[in-house]
Design a protein around this ligand. Sequence first.
Ligand SMILES: [Zn+2]
Length: 293
Amino acid sequence: MKPTVIFGFDMETDIGSWTPFYKGLQKGTPRILSVLDKHKITATFFFVGDAAGQYPKIVKMADRAGHEVGCHTLYHETIGDELFSIPGIKPMLPEECFHRIEVAAKMVNKVLGKRTTSFRAPRLWGSTAMLNALEELGFTADASYPLYFYEKRLAPYHPSRKDWTKEGNMKILEIPNFADMTIKSKDEYGRDRDQWPLFRTKGATALMKHIDNMLAFYERKKLPPVFCFYMHPWEFYEMPKGLIHFGEGAVMPDPFIVKNCGKLAVRELDKFITLLKKRGVEFCSCRDLTRKF
Ligand SMILES: [Zn+2]
């Protein structure tokens, strides 16, 4: 199998859960689309229901450009099992999953004029309850599995109803997110093996070293090389540095979170695609991949 790459853009507020603004969604999305168009490649754009409702034009822009529109919860609430603790961020209860995803999908579908069938959980915090809800709601792909954390599933798989991290007989396809499993992790959760946000903080060439490591690793293991990435529109628009004031106070994200957001990230994305193409990879959306597995 030819190496396959999926780009998933998580269409949410600026700096993920840290602000209520949609500057990146409005201004960063056209920049992403023009890079993808230049290279004639297809991606998946996972919209938060709230973002779709507030900016239908952006949803239609991605759809008309031939990309897949997926869903990324209602308000970027964390929905699955907590992987590590973050102040003020606790996942919802398993029994709340179904209704949340149902409402979020309805909002995306209404704007899109057709049914969305691919999903990604904020922060890649997935769960068995989430997968069961997705299956029941007719989703056919989920791109939430964080390889850096669970370390086990190296290729797309159909999960078990009892444990979403294990293989089973669900119809939905689970797509693991790329991590370099050939390097020794110095982080207690293995986060330094994850791809994000290397293309932006260290650059495309640095990220390619990890891709090459894994291409060799997959060849040795005789596994189908399917590499899924997550990025965000706010990374492609200049983000404020330092304290960001709103509501009843201010937040200050860690410097790496906003480092090189804007034009530099756009250039690195362009370079990243060029380098991937040199390795002979094929690009597709999550929906496209479900036809192969
Ligand atoms: Zn997100």
